[in-house]
Design a protein around this ligand. Structure first.
Ligand code: PEP
Ligand code: MN
Length: 339
């Protein structure tokens, strides 16, 4: 259920609505927009539905949330949300560029990559310390040492940092060093992990599962939101199809679909979708043209020597040219984008 307040409803009326929802055994989720204040009821809706809302002062109407992803839906929050991390905005008409190496390999490579992406206009530094590798024999990441280096590089170059957490135990550890916690595609339906990052109170970058539908992605986000964390960024990163010419199939249509369904910021990852560096820039241009709020790209100063995903890493000069193009495309697109 959502309870839509009348324009100009008072603080006391809002408080009363929240109290009635809580008295009915539900949790109230208040969303204050410029024009509308909407209170979502999370829990056993039947008890809230029985209340005679038309008689409650300040209430315009009560209606059912028709989507299964209640907190993520536009019905609860019609206006697109903005997440702010260390002075960098994600959503709300900005184009946020997150970039860096797939994996933190050592200090020098990380700092070189960080300097290069910063110079090219990236706002957020990426780097994995706990890698979800397909083979157990491949480089698995530096663990806590990787987190430490990432934090240091982020501070030196003035960028908040994003890194993947794979297990529950990684969450408190990563919170000590990182600004955004990434849940990778392979963990999108790890519900315990989703709840744990939901409790961590840090922005969460949630990647779409390899074979997950848009609805499943939104329901995964709902786990994080239901745990009390409103700062979720969704990421389209390519899905498994019968096509083998690319590593995954970049589902560009997921971007406008998600933007219409949810108020959460939507970014994309052209690197893992493409699997080859030559395809990264065209996919990046397509994703921005489709209305994404940003993207996350792998950049490496020496891709031949990369310990992970070298084939898809952009060299800094290619990345810098790509960012220029993306800014130009974004300037055109934001006229049409749904806010
Ligand atoms: C990554 O971003 O480092 C990564 C492993 O991505 P994904 O989970 O999308 O495969
Ligand atoms: Mn990678």
């Amino acid at each position: 259920m959502i309870i839509v307040l009348k324009p100009g409803a008072s603080e006391a009326q809002l408080k009363h609505v929240v109290e009635r929802i809580e008295a009915a055994g539900c949790r109230a989720h208040v969303s204050c927009g410029e024009e509308l204040t909407i209170v979502g009821c999370i829990g056993d809706e039947a008890r809230v539905e029985r209340l005679n809302w038309s008689t409650v002062p300040g209430v315009e109407r009560a209606e059912r949330i028709t989507k299964p992803y209640k907190l993520a839906s536009r019905q609860l929050q019609p206006k697109a949300g903005v997440i702010e991390v260390g002075g960098v905005k994600i959503g709300g008409g900005t184009l946020t560029v997150m970039a860096g190496p797939c994996t933190v390999e050592d200090r020098k490579m990380l700092f070189d990559a960080a300097a290069a992406v910063k110079k090219a206009g990236a706002g957020i530094l990426r780097g994995g310390a706990f890698k979800p590798r397909t083979s157990p024999y491949d480089f698995q990441g530096l663990g806590e040492e990787g987190l430490r280096l990432l934090q240091e590089a982020g501070r030196k170059y003035g960028m908040p940092v994003v890194t993947e957490v794979r297990t529950l135990a990684h969450v408190p550890l990563a919170c000590r060093y990182a600004d955004i916690l990434q849940v990778g595609a392979r963990n999108m339906q790890n519900y315990d992990l989703l709840t744990e990052v939901g409790r961590a109170g840090r922005p969460v970058l949630l990647k779409r599962g390899l074979s997950a539908t848009v609805k499943e992605l939104l329901l995964a986000a709902e786990y994080v939101l239901a745990a009390g964390n409103r700062q979720v960024i969704l990421c389209e990163r390519g899905i498994r199809t019968f096509e083998t010419a690319t590593r995954f199939t970049f589902d560009v249509s997921a971007i406008p679909v998600l933007k219409a369904e949810t108020h959460l910021p939507v970014i994309f990852d052209p690197s893992h979708a493409a699997g080859q560096w030559r395809l990264v820039a065209p996919l990046a241009r397509a994703g921005v043209a489709a209305g994404a709020d940003g993207l996350i790209v792998e950049v490496h100063c020496d891709p031949e020597e990369a310990k992970c995903d070298g084939d898809q890493a952009l060299r800094p000069d290619v990345f810098a040219d790509t960012v220029k193009d993306l800014k130009a495309i974004h300037a055109v697109v934001c006229k049409h984008a749904r806010r």
